[in-house]
Design a binder for this molecule. Structure first.
Ligand code: ACO
Length: 332
């Protein structure tokens, strides 16, 4: 057994998502940013993204996704006894977005907290939720990945602002009931090079100041090339280690739901894992990279498109700022 790999007994009882209504396609974006549909499509596969309005915060997107997941699970908010939210765009530094969601769902006293693992956040949150359920101290966990990335985009930086979008996805996990069986997890991180993808200002290292504002330090910064190389390497490794630890091979995988960052990253991963591209579910053309929300949104769409058949093996795999990575195996 590979270190850091656990066996799970929890199930996904329901999944839901929510996307803001405003669609910004590449053509519309190119009216205010020096870019083109041709460049964005050929380098990334992204054709459009959703942008939340000024009144919509991350928690508002999250609540709608959570309500849809509850309907899908046939449960009500009163059934939830723990809320875990993955986000890098919380409504505010504190209190946690999970607490704000708890209040909006009308379930006082339920334990609620955020975790931050960037684009790997939703899979990290599944990993944590599974551990909490296996302790038997919680029975029904709401896991949310939600982002309003437009709030930290530098609209004057064409190398980043074309890539990201807003949205939320949610899942209801429990040891009881019927649903997709979680099998195992492989999460990891390498904090040696945080500046590859980060938001420099606004924390304790560089608090908000006139300088931090004028140097545009409150926006996301990224070294795209280095992230690209690392992403493919860490997702391949985590996937292989997880499959091997649970006695599977790449051939056993029926569906891969990868983090939706870039179509070329997905193609490279498909080649390196020798899993046909047709087994990878992608919707990044419509939504861009929604960070922690990307996998639950894709999972919800894949389920609704009826391609996931009962008994099939699914692999979720993500990478993100940190760098972080995570892979999860599930039996649909
Ligand atoms: N429109 C037009 N031209 C552009 C744009 C744009 N939006 N952005 C960059 N360019 C130009 C550059 O200025 C450069 O021009 P030059 O050659 O004259 O200097 C040229 O295009 C090439 O730029 P590169 O950065 O080398 O382009 P590359 O092929 O590496 O693609 C990209 C950039 C798409 C960002 C790619 O590196 C990538 O996808 N990396 C991974 C990013 C990623 O997945 N990030 C999410 C991480 S997940 C998380 O945790 C948030």
């Amino acid at each position: 057994m590979v270190d850091n790999v656990t066996k799970s007994s929890s199930k996904i009882l329901g999944v839901g998502s929510y996307l803001p209504s405003e669609v910004v396609d590449n053509l519309k974006l190119s009216e205010k940013v020096d870019t083109s549909d041709e460049w964005i499509t050929s380098r990334t596969g992204i054709k459009a993204r959703r942008i939340a309005n000024e009144k919509e915060a991350t928690s508002d997107l999250a609540v709608k996704a959570a309500q849809n997941a509850l309907i899908d699970a046939g449960l009500t908010a009163q059934d939830i006894d723990l809320i875990i939210v993955a986000t890098i765009t919380p409504d505010m530094a504190f209190p946690s977005t999970a607490c704000l969601i708890q209040h909006k769902l009308g379930i006082p006293k339920v334990a609620s907290f955020d975790i931050e693992a960037a684009c790997s956040g939703f899979l990290y949150a599944l990993d944590v939720a599974d551990g909490m359920l296996s302790s038997n101290r919680y029975k029904c966990v709401l896991v949310v990945g939600a982002e309003k990335l437009s709030s930290i985009m530098d609209w004057e930086d064409r190398t980043t602002c074309v890539l990201f979008g807003d949205g939320a996805g949610a899942a209801i996990l429990s040891n009881a009931g019927s649903g997709s069986q979680l099998i195992g997890f492989k999460s990891g991180a390498d904090g040696s090079n945080p500046n590859l993808l980060y938001q420099p200002a606004g924390g304790s290292l560089l608090p908000a100041s006139q300088d931090s504002l004028s140097s545009r330090g409150h926006f996301l910064k990224m070294n795209g090339r280095e992230i690209f190389k690392s992403a493919v390497r860490v997702m391949e490794r985590a996937s292989r280690e997880l499959l091997e630890a649970h006695g599977f091979t790449e051939n056993d995988v029926d569906h891969v739901i990868p983090h939706q960052a870039n179509a070329r990253i997905v193609e490279s991963l498909s080649q390196r894992l020798e899993i046909p591209l047709g087994k990878f579910f992608c919707n990044l053309d419509k939504y861009g990279n929604t960070s922690a929300a990307s996998i639950p949104i894709a999972l919800d769409e894949a389920r609704k498109s009826l391609i996931l058949k009962k008994g099939q093996l699914g692999l979720f795999v993500a990478f993100g700022a940190g760098l972080t990575w995570s892979a999860v195996l599930v039996r649909f």
